[in-house]
Design a binder for this molecule. Structure first.
Ligand code: UD1
Length: 440
């Protein structure tokens, strides 16, 4: 589907209007990207449904094509057909790799499929130190030879072999890379302290449907243990798979409703994955209801009196199932207009407070205490301003701030927002917000 966002450069909105209505949640960016990468392990055709129409997915599509995959898109149906019968190219083009950090998961997939990969260091949003030592650690344990220089990584393996891998930190991307390389490795791999995020479970689910042999127990959240029994590449086969809904987009709209007030129903929302977020929203004074009406997985948030929304003192981000780092800035935007004080501790990424400066320009009272912590004191209202998006989630959070502010807010450089939100304006407009894309 071609969205109006395609050529837009800014978003302009008039704040102060409560949100009312229903929004359908798009497919998950962070689940779709590794599944797309995984498709090149499979010497067959996979059909992926509910693929979000966002620029990061476009970038991954270009990367897959560069390896020899043949893609066919039906955008109106969010369906992507990937034929990966002829994967030959091990060199990934720098222009796409440098644009997106998750291009790094193609390392595991290419090593597993053709035994070699040459890649520049990946890019992505500038949200603090983002090393890839754990990715390389996992791949080396599986037997890959890795050579790095200032700009590039060259990895190859005549044969990958199953191994015992224990991560010192449960990195999402490193876990995905290791799974991808281990699927066709000889023997059994055991990953300990794997990342527990739902996007990991989704990747394993996709791969198992395609013929992989991955054990991920019901107690995975407690154990963090994944066991992968390697299979021959020829055992992997095409599959039709639906991408799970985006918990971060859903959370963004929950915080938008909290900041602006009103009653919002999220359709196709992953309620169980949002437990920590919904708990916090209830503690702040919002009402949350979930039901499975017509199998649509609806999540409702009601804020009858936005003036009564209050800060809860202290919140920290952490790995799943705790409060997610990707919703830290939506919370921050909301906290600016909530009663009382909140200290937020960001435990996953350093320097993830790049929107503070913009929020302060809108009248927020925020103090950066140190690299990990900010203190927010709620003010009655923010004032509309022209502000600049500097990264994906921070950009979306400036839209939240604009919805709660008086007057007109313009968010510039929305290329960052388009990396993850397929139509944030269309979605919020459907909820009654006075908001438009600006083309210039
Ligand atoms: C993924 C998500 C991102 C989310 C993050 C944490 C995608 C495309 N992105 O990012 O939206 O915010 O998980 O939930 O799915 N680290 C190292 N060495 C490594 C790898 C990571 O030190 O080799 C550190 C990072 O610097 C960071 C922390 O580990 O401080 C978390 O990173 P990680 O879990 O790997 O996140 P990503 O996979 O990059």
């Amino acid at each position: 589907m071609a969205y109006d966002s395609e050529n837009a450069s800014s978003i302009c909105m008039e704040g102060g209007k409560q949100l009312e209505g229903t929004v359908r949640i798009q497919g998950s960016k962070n689940a779709a990207l590794p599944v797309l990468a995984a498709s090149i392990l499979i010497p067959d055709t996979c059909i992926l449904k509910n693929v979000p129409c966002i620029t990061d997915i476009g970038c991954m599509e270009n990367l897959l094509e560069s390896t020899g995959a043949v893609l066919e898109k039906r955008e109106e149906a969010h369906t992507l057909r990937i034929n990966a019968v002829n994967i030959k190219e091990y060199r990934l083009p720098a222009k796409y790799v440098s644009a997106m950090r998750s291009s790094v998961v193609l390392m595991g997939a290419l090593l597993g499929r053709i035994g070699e990969v040459l890649v520049d260091y990946p890019g992505g949003c500038v949200i603090g130190k983002r090393p890839i030592d754990l990715h390389l650690y996992g791949l080396e344990k599986l037997g890959a030879q890795i050579f790095t220089d200032k700009n590039r990584i060259h990895a190859y393996a005549d044969e990958l072999k199953g191994a015992q891998i224990s991560f010192p930190f449960p990195s999402v991307g490193a876990t995905q890379n290791t799974i991808l390389a281990a699927v066709t490795a000889y023997g059994t791999t055991v990953i300990k302290n794997a990342a527990r995020e739902p996007e990991i479970t989704a990747l394993c689910d996709f791969l198992n449907k395609a013929g992989a042999n991955i054990e991920i127990g019901h107690d995975f959240i407690e154990t963090g243990k994944i066991v992968i029994h390697g299979v021959e590449i020829s055992r992997l086969h095409g599959v039709t798979y639906e991408i799970i809904p985006d918990r971060i987009v859903a959370g963004t709209y929950l915080f938008a409703a909290l900041a602006a007030g009103g009653r919002v129903a999220l359709e196709n929302a992953p309620a169980t994955q949002l437990r920590s977020v919904c708990d916090l929203i209830e503690r702040m004074g919002g009402r949350i209801d979930s039901d499975k009406e017509n199998e649509k997985n609806r999540l409702l948030v009601c804020v009858d009196e936005p003036v009564n929304i209050r800060n809860v003192g202290f919140v920290e981000t952490d790995v799943y199932p705790a409060f997610p780092t990707d919703l830290q800035s939506p919370l921050l935007a909301c906290a600016c207009v909530s009663k009382g004080e909140l200290v937020i501790r960001e435990r996953i990424f350093s320097s993830r407070f790049r929107i503070v400066e913009e929020l302060v320009r809108m009248g927020a009272d925020i103090e950066i205490l140190d690299e990990e912590r900010v203190r927010v004191r709620g003010v009655e209202q923010l004032a509309g301003r022209t502000v600049i998006a500097r990264e994906l989630r921070g950009g979306a959070s400036l839209v939240i701030a604009g919805l709660a502010a008086s007057g007109i807010t313009t968010v510039k450089d929305i290329c960052y927002i388009k990396r993850g939100y397929q139509d944030i304006v269309g979605d919020l407009k459907g909820l009654g917000a006075r908001i438009e894309y600006v083309y210039s």
